[in-house]
Design a protein around this ligand. Structure first.
Ligand SMILES: [Zn+2]
Length: 362
């Protein structure tokens, strides 16, 4: 999550090793895709003799940190039909369901049906690097469709907002605070930008509206400046969080704000950094077929399903942007993700496994 950490318990390596051993046991093709130092996607493929299209089951390997948890994060404690631990809900429950469905198909070895790709990616929780690596190569014969595991309570999510984050900095000239007239105060410079940014955010909210997701938004989340109260600060930094609706390009967002600031606060010197996090929005358009097929599979097991738009970002939008129609689906409630007592209802994991198996029948 951007923290500087080292040691074997950090990053996804041990999960990747476990997955590799498990998937090799199924005698399918297994490939590691290097993404960053010590971080690799793992992709397994079951290829029927006569494949009909491609179904991608995508799930992330990483979790958020374990600090502050009130249950043992790694023990897999089971109680009253629930399994507790970091990642139980986000998203090892969904991963277990996908492994189960994929394993069943791989053992049954059908000669027809979709080419089945199980893609376990790294770095979903922070900068989405894993899925960006995954979509760099073709995933199989058309039509290619994907289901991305996240806790949706076994309903279908077909739309979500995107996000772009970057920093704006101002520079000043430090001097002793007893003679502030000799320096330039970087915090004052930043302060002049703030009302202009607030006005921009308000105009942005009025500028457009997605029928499912509402308007785009912008929020300044942090501001840091100065080293000590007795020194005129020579630097100040704010972090900007911009939520995007379908059709908006994450990389365009910083430039749009910068142009507005240059126009409405031309006297303020500042610089606008590049994106350090971006995830496009997921549009509902294009995913009708996979949503419909998944819906049929859910109905067979549960009798009903709903289709939602949600505010949080997922790997599905990167897949969709690469031309792979994608929806989000999995066991568990997003309200249980990232929590201090994270848990998953095991009955939902079993149902998800059955639903995905049915879907993989083509
Ligand atoms: Zn997740």
């Amino acid at each position: 999550m951007g923290l500087h950490v080292e040691g074997p318990i950090y990053f996804e390596g041990r999960v990747t090793d476990y997955l590799e051993a498990h998937l090799r046991g199924l005698e399918v093709r297994v490939e590691r895709q290097p993404v960053a130092a010590g971080r690799e996607n793992i992709v397994a493929v079951y290829e029927p003799a006569t494949p009909v299209g491609t179904l991608v089951l995508e799930v992330h390997q990483d979790t958020v940190p374990v600090e502050g948890m009130t249950v043992p994060p790694f023990e897999g404690l089971m109680e009253n039909g629930r399994l507790y631990g970091r990642g139980a809900c986000d998203v090892k429950g969904g991963m277990a369901a996908m492994l189960s469905a994929f394993g069943r198909v791989a053992r049954e070895r059908p000669s027809r049906g979709p080419r089945l790709v199980l893609a376990c990616t790294v770095d979903e929780e922070f900068t989405f690097l894993g899925v960006q690596r995954l979509v760099r190569e073709p995933l199989g014969p058309a039509p290619v469709m994907a289901v991305v595991a996240e806790p949706t309570g076994l309903d279908i999510v077909n739309a979500h907002k995107g996000v772009a984050r970057w920093a704006i900095t101002t520079a000043g000239r430090a001097c002793h605070s007893s003679t502030p007239e000799r320096g330039i105060n970087a915090i004052y410079r930043m302060g002049r930008l703030l009302p202009v940014i607030e006005r921009y955010a308000e105009e942005l909210r009025q500028s457009a509206k997605d029928a499912l997701l509402g308007p785009p938004t912008l929020s300044v989340g942090t501001i840091h400046g100065g080293a000590s109260v007795n020194v005129v600060p020579d630097g100040c930094r704010m972090d900007v969080d911009r939520r995007l609706i379908p059709g908006e390009e994450p990389h365009a967002a910083p430039g749009q704000l910068e142009a507005y600031l240059r126009k409405h606060a031309p006297e303020v010197e500042f610089s606008s950094g590049g994106l350090y996090l971006h995830c496009p929005a997921l549009a509902a358009a294009g995913s009708d077929e996979i949503a419909q097929r998944l819906g049929v599979a859910i109905d067979r097991i549960r009798g009903r399903h709903a289709v939602h738009a949600v505010p949080y970002g997922t790997d599905a939008s990167s897949l969709a942007l690469a031309g792979v129609p994608s929806v989000v689906f999995g066991p568990g409630d997003i309200a249980q993700a990232h929590t201090k007592d994270e848990w998953i209802e095991l009955a939902q994991v079993e149902q998800a496994a059955e639903i995905l198996y049915q879907l993989a029948q083509g």
